[in-house]
Design a protein. Structure first.
Ligand SMILES: Nc1ncnc2c1ncn2[C@@H]1O[C@H](COP(=O)(O)OP(=O)(O)OP(=O)(O)O)[C@@H](O)[C@H]1O
Length: 645
């Protein structure tokens, strides 16, 4: 297999070089992208290439790995984990063996097989059995490195079903801490990239709660051979789209207030209030005052608004309609004038200088007096080209100014300032969704959209942020993972219907119930908090047990406790109330602990051992503090220390 992989890689390198040399520009770019994608997949697959094998009851075998390989005759040597043929490796259980007699896990170190573990699928299963306990236990107990790892070799049946679901709409994955929601979200991203054309064509966006979290998950997709995924936070995404640099962090209260969906309605009302609310439109063209009556203006407004376009494109429609009406009016006047001129000529012929009288009228309409006399002007008027007239009116600054008074051009900042009742010198992260909403109302949604959007820690998004995210997912192909019991103070939704509105109605919802991160002891320690936060939420079941939770009195002992935990081994995280972080950082310098993380930024992270400093203070520090504490308590893979006052 490795020889085939090496040969494939060498062939791709040669193909890339030939393309650079010979291909036409158009062909080159497209082919090179394909070659680069396949090369990246091979490079990522090279180490630990094959991790599994299924032996069927019919005697046939399949090897499962990070990529697909075929031999010279086109026969499959290795099946890509995403392919349908690989499904039994993940989904077969003793209850539904799917034709599998034996599942084999291979542990490979670089290019060498170092261990084999078999599972024969012929015993009687217990309810909720976890498949492949040996390799899974090894993976979940392995020391943490501070970066999440891909788990393609041990993806569990309930996770795999979500990852490879054929559903192309919105998939919601909920579950308690450590049930693998992030794992599922990232493997799903890799799956849809390979299997959904729209995702490959328009790209995949993965959103996480903060930069620390993005760093934590940053290796997973590259190690699955996917380098083209945009990884961002909602704030970074919007700041980029809006050109806002370094938005200030908003207070929880501001975030809550500005995150409310009612703000969107206010923005919409504000913009609409600038769309020719009432009144007439008067312009002076060539010295002539022309007024469009209010009902004509209202008609033009209604038609422009009925297009459903954003403010500025709809303004173009309004300008067109107004210009048409003005053109009609100028033409009507010209016609009336010509008729009158004929009458004048007949009635007054011979009595006085008709030419002179008419010339005065013509001059009022903007015709120079020396262009072929009245006959010439008459001809010019009769042939007045409506299209040319319309164009000249559309480009006329006088018309533009008159339209602007009724339907002004607006800036995003104007609109947001009007809604807030004041201008700000600097924007906070909580203002970004408002600016984005205003931009969409004024000019239509941001140009960059994605074929698939993954939202992790989705409970953290405010309704206004959701609106901004949904604008980037016009096809509504999304994977949304989160746990409402872990929600920070900015959101108050208690159901996904509430959090996602209409989108939830068409969603496929999955609930994960097996906790892969932490031990039964840690889950038990967090249970009283969960009982208060979400009494009806289905409880997760830990697959491991571990040491008892340590409770140490006296926060003065923090340095000593952390030193003990570091000595006990593994990666040690310290979590504290946001305001205590700076002092603790100083106090713990040189202890070897990973870092002190403010509780507000701890969602999604994990360590082997976690020291939670002053749980009461965390609970009291801000609204929803009990949820913060619940999140903090569920971070360790093994040891939890509660350092109380
Ligand atoms: N199938 C699996 N095989 C090996 N490890 C797994 C598997 N599923 C989950 N894990 C591990 O369990 C831990 C928790 O997973 P993950 O972070 O995805 O959970 P989560 O539900 O997103 O948690 P939280 O709600 O706390 O953010 C991670 O270390 C992950 O690698």
């Amino acid at each position: 297999m490795l020889a085939v992989l090496d040969a494939d890689a060498a062939r791709l390198t040669a193909e890339g070089a030939a393309l650079q040399r010979d291909a036409t520009a158009d062909l080159r770019e497209e082919r090179l992208a394909l070659v680069a994608r396949r090369s990246a997949a091979l490079r990522a697959a090279e180490h630990r290439l094959c991790f599994g094998r299924v032996d069927g009851v019919d005697g046939a075998s399949l090897h499962i790995g990070r990529t697909g390989l075929t031999d010279d005759d086109g026969e499959p040597l290795l099946v890509d984990w995403r392919a349908d043929a690989a499904r039994p490796f993940y989904a077969a259980t003793p209850a539904t063996p799917l034709g599998v007699r034996r599942r084999r896990h291979l542990t490979v170190d670089d290019r060498t097989v170092v261990a084999v573990s078999d599972e024969v699928l012929d015993g009687e299963p217990g309810p909720g059995d976890v498949v492949g306990d040996g390799p899974l236990l090894a993976a979940t107990t392995a020391g943490r490195t501070g970066r999440m790892r891909e788990v393609v070799a041990t993806l569990q049946a309930e996770q795999d079903a979500i990852v490879r679901s054929a559903h192309r709409g919105v998939t919601v994955v909920e579950g308690g801490p450590g049930t693998g929601k992030t794992v599922v979200a990232l493997h799903r991203a890799a799956y849809v990239l390979a299997m959904f054309d729209a995702a490959r064509a328009d790209g995949v966006l993965v959103l996480g709660p903060d930069p620390r979290f993005l760093d934590y998950i940053s290796q997973v997709l590259p190690s699955l051979g996917e380098n083209d995924v945009v990884l961002s936070t909602t704030t970074m995404l919007l700041a980029d789209a809006l050109g806002v640099t370094d938005p200030v962090r908003a207070s929880d209260d501001l975030r809550r207030r500005l995150g409310d969906a009612r703000v969107a309605r206010k923005l919409e009302r504000t913009v609409r209030a600038h769309q020719a609310p009432s009144g007439t439109l008067t312009v002076t063209i060539a010295g002539d005052r022309i007024t469009l009556p209010a009902h004509e203006v209202a008609e033009a407004r209604a038609t422009a608004q009925a297009t459903g376009l954003a403010h500025h494109p709809a303004r173009e429609v309004f300008v067109e309609l107004v210009t048409d009406a003005l053109t009609d009016e100028v033409q009507d006047r010209a016609r009336v004038f010509l008729a009158r001129m004929d009458e004048d000529m007949e009635v007054l012929a011979g009595r006085f200088d008709v030419e002179k009288a008419v010339a005065a009228d013509l001059a009022r309409l903007g015709f120079a007096a020396d262009e072929g006399g009245v006959a010439g002007h008459k001809a010019a008027l009769a042939e007045l080209d409506p299209q040319a007239l319309r164009e000249s009116l559309a480009g006329d600054p006088v018309v533009d100014a008159a339209v602007d008074a009724l339907w002004p051009r607006l800036t995003v900042e104007d609109v947001v300032a009007e809604v807030l009742g004041r201008r700000r010198r600097r924007w906070t992260d909580a203002h970004l969704p408002l600016l984005d909403e205003a931009a969409a109302l004024l000019d239509g949604p941001d140009g960059r959209t994605f074929g698939h959007v993954v939202v992790d820690e989705a409970q953290e998004l405010t309704p206004m942020q959701w609106r901004a995210v949904l604008r980037r997912s016009p096809g509504r192909s999304m994977t949304i993972v989160g746990d409402l019991a872990q929600a920070g103070p900015a959101t108050s939704a208690t159901t996904w219907d509430e959090a996602l509105g209409d989108v939830a109605r068409r969603a496929e919802v999955h609930t994960l119930t097996v906790c892969y991160r932490t031990t039964a002891q840690v889950l038990a320690a967090a249970e009283p908090l969960l009982a208060g936060i979400a009494p009806h939420q289905p409880r997760s079941r830990a697959i491991r047990t571990g040491p008892a939770v340590r409770r140490v009195a006296g926060t003065d002992a923090v340095r000593q406790v952390v030193l003990e935990e570091v000595a006990a081994g593994g990666l040690v995280g310290v979590v504290a109330a946001d305001d205590d972080v700076a002092a603790l950082d100083e106090a713990l310098a040189g202890t070897g602990a990973d870092r002190v993380v403010p509780v507000s930024a701890v969602r999604g992270l994990e360590w082997d051992a976690v020291v939670v400093v002053d749980p009461d203070r965390i609970r009291e520090a801000r609204e929803g503090g009990e949820r913060d504490l619940y999140v903090a308590l569920t971070r360790p893979t093994s040891r939890l220390v509660l350092l109380t006052r």
